[in-house]
Design a protein around this ligand. Structure first.
Ligand code: INI
Length: 160
């Protein structure tokens, strides 16, 4: 039997969040934002503890996440957007650097980042994951950010 199990709970009470939202493909990212806000509200996050930062597209997310994370004003960040494959290799550069950059910021700063940026082959796949058949990945990313924010708090307690 393990002597202790450390995990984060799903209460957002008293936690602060920054939501980075891409304007590109905004018909998707606004649905993801609605899902994330729903999760935060339903888990007890106060409205004044939610900051929304809009960026032009997913490419811009890592630099903004880094600035926010370094300021240490939030317990977690949630990135919300959609990169949808087109006819050129552009998708690979935007999606790859966005994902790599966000992961790097979280590791470098210790501020968890909920990954709610869709990377899909088609518009239909994105729609499905923004509140239709595949649930709402913005909601899911917010729930993960809540759990991670609580987990990081616990890990930083001397008695954890
Ligand atoms: N940004 C996205 O968030 N999603 C996309 O699908 C996308 N595509 O396909 O081009 C996209 N491009 C814009 C990019 O994120 C930057 O905002 C732009 O290149 C200016 O730096």
């Amino acid at each position: 039997m393990p002597s202790s199990v450390i995990e984060g709970d799903l209460s957002a009470k008293g936690l602060r969040f920054a939501l980075i939202v891409g304007r590109f493909n905004s018909f998707i990212s606004e649905r993801l934002l609605a899902g994330a806000l729903d999760a935060l509200k339903r888990t007890g996050c106060a409205e004044e503890h939610i900051e929304i930062v809009r960026v032009p597209g997913s490419w811009e997310m890592p630099v903004v996440a880094r600035e926010l994370a370094k300021a240490k004003r939030h317990d977690a960040i949630i990135a919300l957007g959609a990169v949808i494959r087109g006819d050129t290799p552009h998708f690979d550069y935007v999606a790859g650097e966005m994902a790599r950059g966000l992961a790097e910021v979280a590791r470098e700063t210790g501020v968890p980042i909920g990954f709610g940026v869709l990377t899909t082959n088609t518009v239909e796949q994105a729609v499905d994951r923004a509140g239709v058949k595949g649930g709402n990945k913005g909601f899911d990313a917010a729930m993960t950010a809540i759990e991670m924010a609580n987990l990081m708090r616990r890990l930083r307690q001397p008695s954890a």
